[in-house]
Design a protein around this ligand. Structure first.
Ligand SMILES: Cc1cc2nc3c(=O)[nH]c(=O)nc-3n(C[C@H](O)[C@H](O)[C@H](O)COP(=O)(O)O)c2cc1C
Length: 323
């Protein structure tokens, strides 16, 4: 099952693994590349641009296949040196970057001049159209189901993806809520050229996180996520736990970001992945966890999705058509 996404981004399967803070490291990204899908190292998981250069080199030792880097540009009082991370991406010769978080306009000329393909991830049709006008090579669109930041419009993929498909002419990935063959077939039917997944890739053998986190995803249902930061209009979908519920309570009763700053600290979330206690902090998870029932290798997962999608189209959907 090849689509124009495969042609433009030089991968075998129409499947991508989006950037994931603390999770998008060489072990996972190399496994995704080896499986013929497009994986992204997460730039800001590396403490400095120099560390990102080392992580890219480490990933190259594990695979000869192409992989990319995610650059998440979020508004911040004390921003990381985005331009330096960008320059490392360019200088290391990585063929593709996933930009996310805000408009990538400032960085696009540098990527284009270096021949780095840009897949911009956003959460609305208008932002996808804007990115297309700016000249990105492809877009990923995250529906309301997604882990991390779904935006403030609350439009699930079933409407968001076909609405975007009416306006987007560059290759487009559907993202948010995808985890199996049914999702890939649905995404293609809705007008996308493939799928981007986050949560499903956390529950794989190679994901460099504690096994308890993977088992927590297997145990969780589609009802076990929370939306935090809604009153701040910076919504994030995270695994529901005592910390997420406390954050919601504080903000709902008039609290400000300052009042939850310690609870949501990235360092606490990182400890969840390293120490395996899901209650230690905030960690991202999407609704699709309700469809996750095991912890396969990345190769098994990708194979299962693409082969299953082919079977689904041929045997189930094809069989419904009268000749
Ligand atoms: C643990 C985790 C961390 C994430 N961190 C980031 C990030 O740093 N930057 C980003 O652009 N997206 C991030 N995401 C979002 C994913 O790249 C992807 O868009 C999203 O997970 C898709 O929805 P799904 O989880 O339903 O597959 C993260 C997702 C997860 C599960």
């Amino acid at each position: 099952m090849r689509t124009r996404f495969c042609e433009v981004f030089g991968v075998e399967h129409p499947v991508a693994q989006g950037g994931m803070q603390w999770v998008g490291r060489a072990e996972l990204v190399a496994a995704v590349a080896e499986a013929g899908a497009l994986g992204f190292l997460t730039a800001l998981t590396q403490p400095t641009p120099e560390d990102l250069a080392k992580e890219i080199a480490r990933c190259r030792e594990m695979t000869d296949k192409p992989f990319g880097v995610n650059l998440t540009i979020l508004p911040s009082i004390d921003p990381p040196p985005y331009a330096e991370y960008r320059d490392v991406i360019v200088e290391s010769g990585v063929p593709v970057v996933e930009t996310a978080g805000s408009n990538p306009v400032e960085h696009l000329p540098v990527f284009r001049a270096a021949g780095v393909k840009v897949l911009h991830k956003c959460t609305s049709v208008r932002h996808a159209v804007k990115a297309q006008e700016l000249g990105v090579d492809g877009v990923s669109i995250d529906g309301f189901e997604c882990a991390g930041h779904p935006g403030e419009d609350d439009i699930p993929g079933l409407v968001l993806i076909p609405a975007a498909a009416e306006k987007i002419t560059v290759p487009m990935l559907a993202s948010g809520g995808f985890g199996d063959a049914r999702g890939l077939v649905a995404a293609l039917a809705l007008g996308a050229d493939g799928i981007n997944m986050g949560t499903r890739f956390v529950a794989t053998a190679e994901a460099p996180v504690h096994d308890n986190v993977k088992q927590a995803l297997v145990q969780a249902t589609e009802r076990d996520t929370d939306l935090i930061f809604r009153p701040l209009r910076n919504t994030a979908r995270v695994a529901s736990n005592s910390v997420s519920r406390e954050v919601i309570e504080i903000l709902a009763t008039g609290g400000a970001f300052e009042d939850v700053r310690d609870l949501v600290a990235g360092a606490r979330g990182r400890r969840v992945y390293e120490e395996g206690d899901p209650e230690l902090g905030i960690w991202s998870a999407g609704l699709v966890q309700g469809l996750i029932h095991d912890v396969p290798t990345v190769a098994e997962l990708v194979e299962r999705i693409v082969t299953g999608a082919e079977e689904l189209v041929r045997d189930r959907l094809g069989g419904l058509v009268r000749s």
